[in-house]
Design a protein around this ligand. Structure first.
Ligand code: PLP
Length: 384
C-alpha cells in the first residue's frame, strides 16, 4: 500500500480534498500540464505539419490502453466517446433479417439504451433483461435471452450504478455459440479490475478515459478483434475510414483494411494528449495491484456503511464488486452536496445513492474519514 501511496504526489487535487469519485472523473495527473503544452507547442511551431505527429496518435495512444487490456497491436483506435462509438458500431449491423435481436439489461448506461433502442425503427428487436434487485444481473437471465435470433449483445462489463461485474466471458461464449457478437462497454472496468480482451474472446470493446484511467475528456477507445476488422463496414464513417483518405475520391468508400475503418473524421488530438499520463501511471502501478487495494478499501466502506444501517446498493460479494460502493439513506442527495462542500468529492445517482469510488491513490484514513462524515451528518439530521 505504501508503494501505491507514493503516487499521490502526481495528483495535485489529492492535497486539496478527499477525492473519491474515480467512477466519474479520476484525479488529473500532474503530467497533463506538460502534455498539453507539448500539444500547443507543436501546433504553434509546426502548424499544419503537426498532423504528421497527430494522426498516428490515434493508434499510438490506443496502444497504451492495449498494453493494459492485452490487446494485440493494430486492434485499437482512439475515438471521441462511448456514445459515438456505439453509433459507429450500430451502423455495422443490418436489422432487417431474422437475426435482429439486441439483448442488454435495464442496468446499462443509458447511452447504450438510447442508441440501440432507436434502431427499433430499422427492425431491431430490442430485449431488455430486468435486474431482480437493481444491483445484480444474474448471468443466467442474460444467457436465457441470447438465442439463434440474437445479433448483438451490447453490455457493460461493470454496471455503472452498482459496480456489479458481469460474467462477460460466459455471455460472450453464449453469444458466439448462437452466432451473435458482444459489444462490451468496459468504461467502469479498465483501470480498476483486470481486463484481458484475448482471454474474454471479446468481439468489440469500447470505453473511455476519464474514470479509472485518470485521463482527460475526448479519449474514447475501441477494440475490434483482429479477424472481425475486415468483416464489418460501418455506415457511420468518414474520410479517415478510407483506405486512401488523401485520394479524396467520390466513388463509394473503399474501407481501410485496418482498424482505422472505424475512425470517421479528424481526431480530437488535444484530448488524446490529456489521456496519456493517466494510462502510463495505471500501467506502471499495475491493475492487479490496483484491484487488490480497491477490494480492501471497498470492503471497509461496505463494512462501515452496514454498521451505520445504510442501504448498500453494491454487491456484498467482493468477487463481483468493482471499484465503487453505492450507499443510500434518507436525504442522501442533499448529503452528497454537503459532502462535496466539506471537500469529500463523491456523486449521487438516483437508485444508487452516494457513489464512493476510492482508487489506488486513496488512503485508509480517507475511507474512514468519509464514513465518519456521513455518520456525523446523519446524526445531526436525526437530532433536528
Ligand atoms: C458504463 C459507461 N459507459 C459510458 C459512459 C459515458 O459515455 P460517453 O463516453 O459517451 O460520455 C459512462 C459514464 O459514466 C459509463 O459509466
Amino acid at each position: 500500500m505504501k508503494d501505491l501511496l507514493t503516487w499521490r504526489r502526481q495528483f495535485p487535487i489529492l492535497s486539496k480534498c478527499v477525492y473519491m469519485i474515480s467512477n466519474s472523473l479520476g484525479a488529473m495527473p500532474r503530467g497533463v500540464y506538460d502534455e498539453l503544452e507539448e500539444f500547443a507547442d507543436l501546433w504553434a511551431t509546426k502548424g499544419v505539419v503537426a498532423w504528421e505527429d497527430w494522426v498516428p496518435m490515434v493508434q499510438s495512444t490506443a496502444e497504451l490502453i492495449a498494453s493494459i487490456v492485452n490487446a494485440p497491436k493494430g486492434t485499437m483506435i482512439m475515438h471521441q466517446n462511448v456514445s459515438v462509438l456505439q453509433h459507429v458500431l450500430i451502423s455495422c449491423f443490418d436489422f432487417k433479417g431474422k437475426r435482429n435481436k439486441v439483448v442488454y439489461s435495464d442496468l446499462e448506461f443509458p447511452t447504450v439504451h438510447y442508441n440501440w433502442k432507436a434502431r427499433e425503427k430499422d427492425g431491431a428487436n430490442v430485449v431488455i433483461v430486468k435486474s431482480p434487485d437493481g444491483v445484480h444481473l444474474p448471468t443466467e437471465l442474460m444467457l436465457r435471452e441470447i438465442d439463434e435470433t440474437t445479433l448483438v449483445v451490447p453490455i457493460s462489463y461493470v454496471l455503472f450504478r452498482s459496480a456489479f461485474i458481469q460474467d462477460a466471458k460466459a455471455i460472450i461464449k453464449r453469444a458466439h455459440e448462437v452466432g451473435a457478437v458482444v459489444v462490451l462497454d468496459a468504461y467502469q472496468a479498465v483501470g480498476t479490475i483486470p481486463v484481458d480482451v484475448q482471454d474474454l474472446n471479446c468481439d468489440f470493446m469500447v470505453g473511455g478515459s476519464v474514470k479509472w484511467l485518470c485521463g482527460g475528456p475526448g479519449g474514447g477507445y475501441l477494440y475490434v478483434r483482429k479477424d472481425l476488422i475486415g468483416k464489418y463496414e460501418p455506415k457511420s464513417c468518414g474520410w479517415f475510414s478510407h483506405e486512401h483518405p488523401f485520394n479524396f475520391d467520390m466513388d463509394p468508400i473503399k474501407y481501410s483494411p485496418t482498424v482505422m475503418r472505424f475512425m470517421g473524421g479528424s481526431p480530437g488530438v488535444q484530448g488524446l494528449y490529456s489521456t496519456r499520463p493517466g494510462y502510463r501511471i495505471v500501467k506502471k502501478v499495475g491493475v492487479k495491484a490496483i484491484r487488490k487495494r480497491s477490494m480492501k478499501m471497498t470492503a471497509r466502506l461496505v463494512e462501515r456503511a452496514l454498521e451505520q444501517g445504510l442501504v448498500v446498493n453494491t454487491p456484498m460479494d467482493p468477487a463481483v464488486r468493482a471499484g465503487t460502493v453505492s450507499v443510500d439513506f434518507p436525504g442522501a442527495e442533499a448529503a452528497c452536496s454537503e459532502l462535496i462542500r466539506r471537500k469529500f468529492i463523491v456523486d449521487y445517482r438516483p437508485k444508487a445513492g452516494v457513489r464512493i469510488s476510492p482508487h489506488f491513490y486513496n488512503t485508509d484514513d480517507e475511507c474512514e474519514a468519509i464514513m465518519d462524515e456521513i455518520a456525523k451528518m446523519r446524526a445531526k439530521a436525526r437530532s433536528r
